[in-house]
Ligand binder design. Structure first.
Ligand SMILES: Cc1cc2nc3c(=O)[nH]c(=O)nc-3n(C[C@H](O)[C@H](O)[C@H](O)COP(=O)(O)O)c2cc1C
Length: 274
């Protein structure tokens, strides 16, 4: 089946589709010609859909993605720059959660939005494991503590040892600094042999976090959990990721107990302008 087709009644032969194609597999010779596929181009198409999305006339159909199947861009719905900037600045890492569970519908909506995060070569291979049983979240937290206890005597760096020890001490005193008594843990994982699985997962988690904030939820990266998730056998078994997958990040998630009223200050950007 052909990779794409052109509606010759709609196409204005402006070559925008060819200009936008990241793989440069669409040939547009001149204003008199319709776009065609470069010989052997099929194997280089990453199915990003830019050709379909960028055509002002709806003339371009990727066989896998007809224009009618794609949502229309709605400029009126876009936040203006101050609104978006404010969202980016007010998002906080939330470490105190209400016990109220987040509905499956809302969790699915967050993940649905995260699908639109960029991925290396448009691979779209970010997978999710969502743990919604607080007891299981806690059990995994306990496994991370077990892992830290194993690592403690092996860690020569004094500062590191003291930080880990404080986390273990807190746990032993009933304070969970691993998963923060969160009702949910959202784990992002990918096949580890992709080009950029860590970046893919981190960006997808960031989309998820920002949209979660907009929906009145709180999140916080689970760094200790992520550090142990691919190394500690009992946790690897409990997580049960598909073969060949690694966890590249996870966030705790739930309804926040407290609201923040100020934006904490941050260091000045460190930039070299050239
Ligand atoms: C990769 C990464 C790992 C993190 N791991 C943890 C963690 O294990 N526990 C925690 O409480 N916060 C964790 N955080 C949250 C940071 O401490 C937090 O982003 C930072 O203090 C700034 O606060 P803010 O996110 O509210 O701006 C992590 C953040 C990142 C980006």
């Amino acid at each position: 089946m052909a990779l794409f087709s052109i509606d010759r009644k709609k196409c204005r032969r402006d070559g925008i589709c060819a200009a936008a194609c990241p793989a440069q597999i669409i040939v547009h010779a001149d204003r008199k010609s319709f776009p065609t596929l470069r010989t052997g181009g099929e194997e280089f198409c990453i199915n990003c859909g830019h050709c379909v999305a960028v055509c002002p006339h709806g003339a371009f159909t990727l066989t896998s993605m007809p224009p009618a199947s794609c949502e229309t861009v709605m400029p009126d719905l876009l936040p203006d720059a101050p609104a978006l900037k404010h969202l980016l600045l007010v998002r906080r890492s939330i470490r105190r959660y209400k016990k109220t569970p987040v509905s499956r519908k809302l969790l699915a909506e967050l993940i649905d939005v995260a699908r639109y995060a960029p991925t290396g070569s448009n691979k779209q291979q970010v997978h999710w494991t969502v743990i919604s049983k607080p007891l299981q979240v806690r059990r995994m937290g306990a496994m991370v503590i077990d892992f830290i206890k194993i690592m403690l005597p092996l860690t020569p760096d004094e500062a590191q040892v003291r930080r880990f020890q404080r986390i273990v001490d807190a746990w032993d005193q009933g304070r969970d600094r691993i998963t923060r008594d969160a009702p949910h843990l959202v784990v992002a994982h990918s096949p580890s042999d992709l080009s950029f699985p860590a970046a893919d997962c981190a960006i997808a988690l960031t989309y998820l976090e920002l949209y979660a904030y907009a929906k009145g939820l709180g999140t916080c990266w689970a760094g200790y959990f992520t550090g142990a998730a691919n190394l500690h056998e009992p946790l690897i078994r409990e997580l049960g990721l598909p073969a060949g997958h690694q966890c590249f990040g996870a966030v705790m998630l739930g309804y926040p107990q407290y609201r923040y009223h100020r934006i904490p200050k941050r260091n000045a950007a460190q930039v070299v302008w050239r």
